[in-house]
Design a protein around this ligand. Structure first.
Ligand SMILES: Nc1ncnc2c1ncn2[C@@H]1O[C@H](COP(=O)(O)OP(=O)(O)OP(=O)(O)O)[C@@H](O)[C@H]1O
Length: 389
């Protein structure tokens, strides 16, 4: 325990922060839980199945090299440790001199819980206790969706054109427009739309001069289900909605020539702009020089199967995936029978990775199941030092 505490105190510049952390938690079990874990990381090379893992080295050197901006998106099944891994990566980048931003787009944010600091409010909040600037942002995808909905609804209400058509005796065409069930279509955008709309807001804001300083951006994404369809919005907008937007434009021009003015409606323009923004993000995220998606999993058959499907979907979207984190791996030896059984089960699950056509070729990074909850900068730093090597 003394060794780890000494290491934490030595590596933190802001000892006042440490004091405040320990003050906040000393009454509970901060010290007792932050002792050196009773086990060491198993070099993955010792586990035959993790052959491609190059001894558990995750290639952090490559991740940290260069001053140009890079984006890392961490995603996976619910509860596998995405936030802990994302937060520990952000801390590690900051401690290696990169001004870093960590963004949560998961509606059930847990960055504040993970850092044990209040990072709420939908604005950039400085994280205390790291060496270079580290800022966190918890964005509310639901709020970002409001803009999309508002623009969609304007388009969906018959575009103001429907009522005009009725008044001009063109009710039949107006009814056919109604038959397209436009409102229904627009009110059910594909899963993940909220997240990509939220991401598009962050990207907009990152483009400004003021935020040029950030050289590493880490995204803690929502659980797999959403992320799988993360980038489908442009297609959705190009499809039926896109056609209707074009129709609206044409009809607007026709009405303009008839009536001298277009029906009032700025919804389509907003949707058009959003579509352009999302397309830009898609291009950026598909650029393997700037963006990498890191899949986080745990050694269970269910989580690995889901990770395999996630990788297949990301490949389809042309998103670069190089690394797979296997989190919460149990130590190899234990007097505890339950733990040994569990470990065997984990090893069987890990064997699946080795044999999986989707996951087998990824660089495997291992994080041990530590005997404490990973909370607060010192704990995240500890986890990061073990994982991001
Ligand atoms: N390697 C680990 N050892 C011990 N505890 C861990 C480890 N990784 C994560 N945890 C703990 O597991 C819990 C869930 O972790 P976390 O919030 O990072 O998961 P998540 O995948 O982001 O969850 P969600 O899908 O709900 O957002 C937390 O209490 C965290 O401290």
């Amino acid at each position: 325990m003394a060794a780890l505490l000494g290491h934490i105190l030595k590596t933190q510049k802001h000892s006042s922060f440490i004091r405040s952390v320990t003050r906040r938690t000393i009454d509970t079990s901060f010290f007792s839980s932050l002792h050196e874990p009773t086990f060491k990381i198993t070099p993955l090379s010792q586990v035959r199945l993790l052959g491609s893992c190059t001894e558990g080295v995750c290639g952090f050197d490559e991740m940290v090299t260069g001053k140009e901006r890079k984006y890392y998106m961490l995603g996976g099944k619910g509860g596998v440790g995405k936030t802990s891994c994302a937060a520990s990566l952000a801390v590690r980048f900051a401690n290696h001199g990169h001004p870093t931003m960590v963004v949560s787009t998961d509606p059930a944010h847990s960055l504040s819980d993970s850092f044990a600091q209040d990072l709420t409010g939908g604005r950039l909040v400085p994280v205390e206790g790291v060496e270079s600037p580290l800022y966190a942002l918890e964005i509310n995808p639901e709020k970002s969706m409001e803009e999309f909905r508002a623009a969609s609804q304007k388009l969906g209400d018959g575009m103001g054109v429907k009522s005009l058509m009725q008044s001009m005796g063109l009710g039949m065409i107006a009814d056919q427009l109604g038959d397209l069930k436009l409102e229904e279509l627009l009110s059910t955008p594909p899963p993940g739309t909220d997240e990509i709309v939220a991401i598009s807001k962050v990207m907009q804001f990152l483009e400004s001069q003021e935020y040029n300083m950030f050289s590493r951006i880490v995204f803690d994404t929502a659980p797999t289900g959403h992320t799988l369809r993360l980038l489908s919005l442009p297609d959705f907008m190009d499809g039926s909605v896109g056609k209707l937007m074009k129709l609206k434009k044409k009809m607007g021009s026709a009405f303009k020539s008839l009536l001298g003015k277009e029906p009032q409606n700025d919804g389509p323009d907003k949707l058009e702009k959003l579509k352009e923004r999302v397309e830009k993000i898609r291009d950026l995220f598909q650029d393997s020089d700037t963006t990498e998606f890191i899949i986080v999993t745990i050694p269970t058959v269910m989580a690995i199967s889901e990770s395999s499907r996630l990788h297949a979907s990301l490949k389809k979207e042309k998103i670069s995936v190089k690394r797979l984190i296997v989190n919460q791996v149990l130590p190899p030896t234990s007097d505890c029978k339950f733990c040994s059984m569990r470990r065997k089960d984990q090893m069987r699950a890990i064997e699946m990775i080795h044999n999986d056509s989707e996951l087998g070729g990824l660089r495997l990074c291992q994080a041990p199941l530590v005997d404490m909850e990973v909370r607060g900068v010192p704990a995240l730093k500890y986890m990061g030092d073990k994982l991001w090597r």
